[in-house]
Design a protein around this ligand. Structure first.
Ligand SMILES: *[C@@H]1O[C@H](CO)[C@@H](O)[C@H](O)[C@H]1NC(C)=O
Length: 380
């Protein structure tokens, strides 16, 4: 807006002078400017006014680069390190360049090799749409106005969509994706006990190096399909009933809340590592597990399923055995399930299956920091 104003002004000045070349005409423009919000002071000439406005704009750009709250909308602008960064604004009420998130994504040139970040700022509102972020749209950020204010929502089950990727409200195949302060919901009703095909994924991710800050994941069975790749979740809220964090991702969940909505018997996780040579697994650090119902910490969807809970508060909803072998006793030999330093009423490990681990500090350490997901090279 500001820049357009300045450019418009410069244009106006040039045109004015070219057309008339009269001082009197300039005085008319000056009078008009004085009535604008960016006022020309009494003894300031045009040139210094333009310089002053230009400096203000530069300052705002610098601020925007450092602080997403002060973004200048819809422009390409340099970041602190001289890269360019693009901002696009989506507003369902018309206050941005696009009404829907998918339209904003579709406006981006497909380019697998791009390494500059594009931020889509999604203003507050419920966006009833399905979103697909294809592989060739790397380095995309979705910035919401708060996880309770900006929600992408859709209702579709696996049975309706044909697969548990197709039913996802948002499916991310692109690498280096970031989401901040936004929620993803699949609002299909929680399935009745024993129902088949009623899984309903809110978010699916197979893109590598994805990070989520202050996000919400809302659903029942199969909420978050952490399919493939290295991912980081910080201060997120994840809700579900059965297997609601599932897939073969290599993921660190830091300071997240896992909230269980009742099901006959649920499970927080269904991790799908297929061999002990894979680096994948889910690590929960400094999290809390809340809600109602009865849940396992994990079920062995993959034969070498790997999940650890570290320094996490567990409500009194954890089934004492803790872990389930997916009704395949052979998996008891190959899974890696452990707890370290957990607390709260559900943390008593006395009743745990003997094939799970009470980790020592040195065993827990590799899972405790971003190095578990090689984060030092891609999380900033
Ligand atoms: C955004 O998320 C962060 C957590 O990553 C949180 O501290 C902050 O309060 C959130 N801001 C809004 C506006 O919701």
């Amino acid at each position: 807006m500001e820049r357009r104003g300045v450019l418009g002004l410069v244009l106006l000045i040039v045109v004015s002078f070219q057309l008339t070349a009269e001082a009197g005409r300039a005085a008319t423009v000056a009078t008009k400017l004085r009535s604008d919000s960016h006022k020309l002071t009494a003894d300031e000439d045009f040139y210094s006014w333009v310089v002053r406005e230009g400096q203000k704009f530069q300052a705002k750009k610098t601020l925007a680069a450092k602080n997403p709250e002060h973004q200048v909308t819809g422009t390409v602008q340099p970041t602190a390190d001289g890269d360019t960064q693009t901002y696009i604004v989506v507003d369902k009420n018309g206050g941005g360049q696009f009404f829907t998130i998918q339209d904003a994504i579709n406006s981006i040139k497909r380019d697998q090799k791009r390494t500059t970040r594009i931020t889509i700022q999604v203003n507050a509102g419920r966006y009833e749409e399905k979103v697909v972020i294809p592989k060739n749209t790397p380095y995309l950020t979705l910035q919401g106005a708060g996880r309770e204010s900006t929600i992408i929502t859709h209702a579709e089950t696996k049975e309706q969509a044909g697969s548990d990727i197709a039913d996802a409200t948002i499916a991310i195949s692109a690498p280096n994706f970031i989401a901040r302060n936004i929620s993803f919901q699949n609002s299909a009703p929680p399935p009745p006990s024993g129902a088949v095909g009623q899984q309903a994924t809110a978010l699916y991710i197979s893109g590598d190096m994805g990070a989520f800050y202050g996000c919400g994941f809302l659903g029942a069975q199969d909420t978050l399909y952490d399919h493939n790749g290295r991912h980081y979740y910080e201060e997120c809220y994840i809700e579900g009933s059965i297997d609601f964090i599932y897939g073969d991702g290599q993921s660190l969940y830091k300071s997240c809340q896992l909230n269980v909505i009742p099901a006959s018997t649920g499970s927080l996780t269904a991790q799908k590592r297929m061999s002990s040579s894979e680096n994948t697994g889910f690590s929960f650090v400094d999290c809390s597990v809340t809600g109602s119902g009865r849940v396992y910490l994990g079920r062995a969807w993959g034969s070498s399923s790997r999940v650890v809970f570290i320094s996490t508060w567990l409500a009194d909803i954890i089934i004492p055995q803790g872990w389930q072998d997916w009704n395949d006793p052979a998996r008891q030999q190959s899974v890696y399930y452990g707890e370290y330093n957990c607390f709260g009423p559900g943390s008593n490990t006395d009743g745990r299956v003997p094939w799970s681990k009470k980790l020592s500090l040195s065993e827990a350490e590799p899972f405790m920091t971003k190095s578990f997901i090689d984060g030092d090279s891609w999380i900033f």
